[in-house]
Design a protein around this ligand. Structure first.
Ligand code: HAM
Length: 447
């Protein structure tokens, strides 16, 4: 007898989610749709490591930001003492890679990436500690045209995904000089209202007053709403850039609102910033956000390279898709192989491989904890798999060198079942499935 006590249950880390098979098809649909839209605008995929030097994020995102001050999963490499961090976002790593591999040596680049990001935030609906982003970074482009293109790419994506409850907010936060003048007035304004600042805001007052503007403290919202607006400080080139973005959006009938309060929570931005927001998800309604970060690459020692990008939160968009009506989950397979007896099982393996060779998806019934199961219980599994056909092998079939092929989704009056010689099974099943493609939305046949 085992002397084990009942094992203690191990559960997932708080704020980190499993994506279960029931949700996987929707994720796949989402990712494929985004990928094909990105491709249709000429974006190329880049994959960077999940772990980077902590210094990369501190310098890119800014030391006095929520992410760097309190949300990073930072640790010391136990082998060599290196200070490392699980990436809280994707832009810093892409920028590092662009410089390290001199990716812009022959001109600008349109890049995209996807993957998990990590922030030690308080988990709630739409806010997790591990979450997935798909992001795009257009590196080496200076004009307002690319800003508008990125926004239009997103618009097309929402349309392709059937999401209509997402609105666009844009703003310009100008260049360094304009922000310096705004900053002086902002500090003066907050100093005049110092009694209304919370402890964090007081600490940031002189270090990074702009960050006070994206405080999550409800008690400070009025104060923040009355604060001097960066948009009023823009001059010549910044104004022209913002006008240029708006002109292209207007010409293409892309609706937006200008939100002068929009400053973003990361320090690397300048000029155009934007957020796609929905009211359908509660407080975590920003599904996609980004902007220009012209000085970042130079500040990392690269040659001056203007850039702009965005990232979308996949979990939030998946939830929106579910609210908009989840498409039916695709079937697990085209063909389910049912068999009884040792010889039939061997023959089933052979036939299953041949049907797969022809490009169809096949689930071969395999024994569960209780054994291979009766014919009846195997047929139940075949039904639940959503397969178009069950291919059945038992003693009778072996004796006749033929399989019983049963149409699982046949309409009334259509043939339900046929006896088909082993050698003819592949052709028979392929013919039937291709022939049925008109009336069945058949997702598995790849030929
Ligand atoms: P961000 O605004 O920090 O920007 O994140 C972008 C999006 O990621 C958010 O709008 C949201 O949809 C999603 N997101 C962020 N945090 C969480 C979370 N804790 N749980 C679930 N979803 C979350 C950036 O990350 C920039 N790198 C975007 C960018 C790219 N700017 C220029 N290029």
């Amino acid at each position: 007898m085992s002397e084990n006590k009942k094992a203690e249950k191990i559960v997932a880390v708080k704020g980190m989610n499993d994506i279960l098979p029931s949700d996987a098809p929707l994720w796949e649909l989402f990712e494929n749709t985004v990928q094909s839209v990105l491709q249709s605008y000429g974006f190329q995929k880049i994959v960077t490591p999940i772990v980077e030097d902590t210094a990369l994020f501190k310098r890119a995102i800014g030391a006095v930001t929520d992410i760097v001050e309190k949300e990073m999963y930072s640790f010391e490499d136990a082998m060599n003492g290196d200070a490392l961090t699980l990436r809280p976002e994707g832009t810093a790593g892409v920028v590092r890679a662009v410089i390290e591999h001199n990716l812009v040596y022959d001109g600008p680049r349109r890049l995209w990436y996807k993957g998990p990001m990590f922030r030690h935030e308080r988990p709630q609906r739409g806010r997790y500690r591990q979450f997935f982003q798909i992001g795009a970074e257009a590196v080496g482009f200076a004009g307002p045209d690319i800003d508008a293109e990125l926004i239009m790419l997103c618009r097309r994506l929402w349309d392709d995904l059937g999401l209509d409850k997402i609105r666009l907010e844009i703003n310009s936060i100008g260049d360094a000089g304009e922000r310096a003048r705004h900053r002086a007035d902002l500090i003066a304004y907050f100093e005049a209202n110092i009694d209304q600042l919370d402890a964090e805001a007081k600490r940031r007052l002189h270090a990074n007053p702009l960050r006070i503007l994206d405080t999550k403290n409800p008690a400070m919202q009025d104060l923040v709403n009355q604060a001097p607006m960066l948009l009023d400080y823009l001059e010549g080139e910044s104004v022209a850039h913002f006008e240029g973005v708006k002109r292209i959006l207007d010409h293409n009938n892309i609706p937006y609102t200008i939100n002068p309060r929009l400053v973003r929570g990361l320090d690397y931005y300048n000029r155009t910033v934007f957020e796609w927001v929905t009211d359908a998800l509660g407080s975590q309604g920003t599904v996609c956000a980004g902007g220009r970060y012209d000085p970042l690459i130079e500040s990392f020692g690269g040659k001056p390279t203007p850039a702009v990008g965005f990232a979308m939160g996949i979990e939030r968009l998946i939830e929106l898709m579910k609210l908009a009506g989840e498409p039916a989950a695709p079937n697990q397979c085209d063909v389910y192989m049912v068999h009884q007896g040792e010889q039939a099982q061997l023959q089933a393996f052979v036939l299953a491989e041949r049907i797969r060779d022809a490009g169809l998806d096949v689930v071969l019934h395999c024994a569960a904890a209780g054994g291979a199961g009766s014919f009846k219980s195997q047929m139940k599994k075949a039904d639940a798999s959503g397969a178009a056909f069950a291919v059945i092998l038992g003693e009778d079939e072996l004796a006749k060198h033929s399989a019983t092929v049963k149409a699982m989704r046949a309409a009334e009056g259509e043939a339900q079942q046929a006896s088909v010689a082993f050698d003819a099974v592949v052709d028979y099943v392929v013919d039937q499935i291709v022939g049925h493609d008109h009336d069945h939305d058949h997702v598995h046949y790849h030929h």
